[in-house]
Design a protein around this ligand. Structure first.
Ligand code: ATP
Ligand code: MG
Length: 443
């Protein structure tokens, strides 16, 4: 391995340090970006300019370089959701045919007639010691290697360094400029938005929101969740999040937990402090969550709404007109009138009720379903909303009362997930997953 390989190893040694370390690198990115001279954006080379023209007119080398850049266009930075080429992290790709007299050993995997190409790729990370180094290095190496084909063997030589402060500043400026203000208001967006609502408190909205979001993530969907209950936030606790969103040059990075990108006022305030925010700021908070956060383009966005049909619902209708409302209710018929009102807020506001989830439907004791809170509430709400709204509002599913829903939540793990983040092998997990599946099929 040449110098470049050693360099790569040195740079990757600090990774595997976990999310805390990664967040630190983002803080560094933000600081570096704001410290850099504002307004002076360097011109970034185009992908064609990254390729070094072969000095001896080797057309195969030139084609190889273009192929490598094309493959690198599919290597994505997991946090920024863009390719390393788009993020200007690749500064040079150069393929040089190894000649017999170069003094370098012929790789054992090279056949006797194979042309061996050393492909040098210069990778510039946003910050030095970036914890994603190992991941990116492996992905870039694999992308270059994948350009080998019969008769041509590619030997990647990856050099890793860090961007200059001026380049970082330019990159952040470019990212901010390309970011739509509220990506979810775009009619062409692919994100499905589900707002979890209820007429009264304590029926399990947050538990349903957290577990549905986790079920979407376990299905492999890119999932985001916003805790729109700014007075009674609970998502940080339910996902075990203790860290704060990092500020990258003015953009907030959501905190990823259990595969879900999360944003909650609770992350700023400390989880045990209620916040007394007043109406106008309440509305502003949703707007901020939508436009000041780097959401990229999730497949699904779940909102945990506060109880009732108040200001936040109006904000949701205003800023997320495509949101579909999921009404959570408990099974006692007396609760259903209140739940219907939550669903009916869509009568005054644009929005669509996707369906009803009945929570705490029964408690299973020695094989017997005990209807602790009565029965029929979910069906009643679905039927009444169907009548009043004039379209089919289905009962999406029923979730039993189970101690583990609460205890897992208190320990910071949505109960639908096993320790490795896959769907847990439990009845309640399958019920949540079935509801997630029904929501995805609705249109
Ligand atoms: N299916 C369930 N089985 C057992 N406990 C549950 C279930 N659903 C919710 N809980 C528990 O009930 C309590 C209230 O749930 P949760 O906080 O999700 O309700 P909420 O509707 O979001 O409340 P709020 O209106 O205060 O925001 C929590 O302690 C939660 O763990
Ligand atoms: Mg709640």
């Amino acid at each position: 391995m040449g110098d470049s390989g050693k360099n790569a190893d040195r740079n990757s040694a600090a990774d595997d340090a976990g999310p805390a370390f990664r967040r630190a690198s983002f803080t560094a990115l933000g600081q570096a970006a704001s410290a850099a001279c504002a307004g002076v954006s360097p011109r970034f080379p185009t992908p064609a300019e990254i390729c070094m023209p072969s000095a001896c007119g080797d057309a195969q080398a030139d084609a190889l370089e273009r192929a490598v850049v094309e493959r690198l266009g599919h290597v994505t930075d997991p946090e920024l959701g863009r390719s390393v080429v788009d993020l200007h992290m690749i500064t040079r790709v150069e393929a040089v045919r190894r000649s017999a007299g170069s003094g370098m050993e012929r790789p054992v995997q090279a056949g006797p007639d194979d042309a061996v190409y050393d492909v040098r790729v210069d990778l510039e990370l946003t910050v030095s010691g970036c914890p994603l180094t190992r991941h990116l290095l492996d992905a870039v190496t694999a992308a270059a290697q994948s350009c080998s084909r019969p008769g041509i063997l590619v030997v990647p030589q990856i050099t890793v360094s860090a961007m200059s402060a001026a380049k970082l500043s330019g990159l952040v400026a470019e990212l901010r400029a390309s970011r739509r203000r509220n990506p979810f208001a775009d009619p062409d967006r692919r994100t499905k938005i589900f707002a979890i609502a209820s007429g009264k408190g304590g029926v399990g909205k947050s538990s349903v929101a957290a577990n549905l979001a986790a079920a979407f993530a376990a299905r492999g969907l890119k999932t985001a969740a916003i805790d729109a209950d700014v007075y009674g936030f609970s998502l940080p606790g339910l996902f075990g999040v203790r860290s704060q969103p990092t500020n990258v040059g003015g953009m907030l990075m959501p905190v990823r937990a259990w595969g879900v990108d999360l944003m909650s006022i609770g992350m700023f305030a400390g989880t045990d402090r209620a916040i007394l925010w007043r109406g106008p700021r309440l509305q502003r908070s949703l707007q901020q969550f939508l436009s000041d956060v780097w959401w990229d383009e999730p497949d699904v966005l779940v909102l945990d709404l506060p109880p009732g049909t108040g200001d936040m619902a109006i904000s949701v209708a205003q800023f997320l007109p495509a949101a579909q409302i999921v009404v959570v209710t408990t099974p006692q018929p007396s609760a259903s009138g209140i739940a219907v009102r939550a669903g009916l807020m869509v009568l005054q506001l644009p929005g669509h009720v996707a369906g009803v989830v009945e929570n705490m439907s029964w408690y299973e004791h020695r094989g017997e379903k005990l209807r602790v809170f009565g029965e029929g509430g979910g069906r009643q709400v679905a039927d009444r909303l169907t009548r009043e709204l004039g379209y089919a509002v289905p009962l999406l599913g029923q979730i039993p009362l189970e101690t583990r829903v609460r205890t897992d939540g208190e320990q910071g793990r949505p109960t639908v997930l096993a320790a490795d983040g896959s769907l847990a092998d439990t009845g309640v997990a399958r019920r949540f997953d079935a509801i997630a599946g029904r929501l995805l099929r609705l249109d």
